[in-house]
Design a protein around this ligand. Sequence first.
Ligand code: FEO
Length: 398
Amino acid sequence: MRGIKKVTEGIFWIGGSDRRLERFENIFPIPEGVSYNSYFIDDEKTAVFDTADVSVSDQYLENLKEALGDRSLDYLVVLHMEPDHCSQIANVVALFPEVTVVGGMQTFKFMEQFFPESAGYKKLEVKEGDNLSTGKHSFRFVAAPMVHWPEVLFAYDDASKALLSADAFGTFGALDGGLFADEYDFKKDFLDSARRYYANIVGKYGPQVQAVLKKAEGLDIQMLLPLHGPVWRKDLSFFIDKYNKWSSYEFETDNAIVIYGSLYGHTASAAEAVASSIREKTGTDVKVYDVSGTDVSYLISEVWRCRKIVLMCPTYNNGIYTPMENFLSDMIALGVRNRVFALAQNGTWAPVTVKLMTEKLSQLKDVTVVEEALTIKSALHASDADALNSFTDAIIRA
Ligand code: FEO
């Protein structure tokens, strides 16, 4: 049972962890690795909920065969058709040709797009409210469209009161020998990764997450079984509250972050001066980030955490410094809302980035741009003390 872990009576984790992939979705750096969770149901009928990524296929198929022993697989349930979970469908069907593949209408449409041979599979199409009984366990399907793909289904098990929640409640981070969130110091080990995962992958779909959370309110959920990261069996409200907050674009802290672009260090020095001034005046924590040296996914995660965002940007080719422009575009793509921005610009002859960044930010809803901006001509000097002082006063008042 090397790779198999018991979740609860009749439910086993048979997934795998990947610590070799550099970037999830070929975008997001994952130095902490990632797990691909798959759940095996050991009941009168056997079932598997989702497969795993190709990177852990050997371990995954070995786990599945070991979990089954000399039994055959009755059901392969596909809650999510993204390749990090569906890559092993063909291998599983090849091993167990009599298996019934279970999914929604769109699941099978996407399945045929990825795997044309799936047209010949034995299928059971389900929709919201349908039940799949395996004997003692009975799984009720809940549609979760656009969390974060359209075909996504959740499944609620009446026996264990577990919610199999697809990507929702997932996180980056390989499992280090544990399975349950309560086996870790989640706040220390996973919370930042969970926020970064949510903000960058699901963040655009806050209203859809809110809609499915409302549906889930009617269920007596005792366990959360996501497709990535640890399983929840205690203190679920901690993580559900975070999801509620993140999906309604509420911030976790009123504290400010300062994100700067700097070609030669002058705007960087000014950013330090702004952070120092805010700290001195408020005694609160302020984080400072170099937009060129910090992967944008970490900046997006910080935007989800904090209410006040100070952007300090050099003028570059008469426009916005490219890495800052990329960050602004990502915020627009993800539909950031309900935040306060304060803007500073640097330019040796024609600073224009306050105007240009304001125009960009106007594409975001429920966003305030602090009226008072800071302009630096090449470098911040002692003579700029009054301007700096009133800039940070305005940020604190906002
Ligand atoms: Fe983990 Fe949307 O795939």
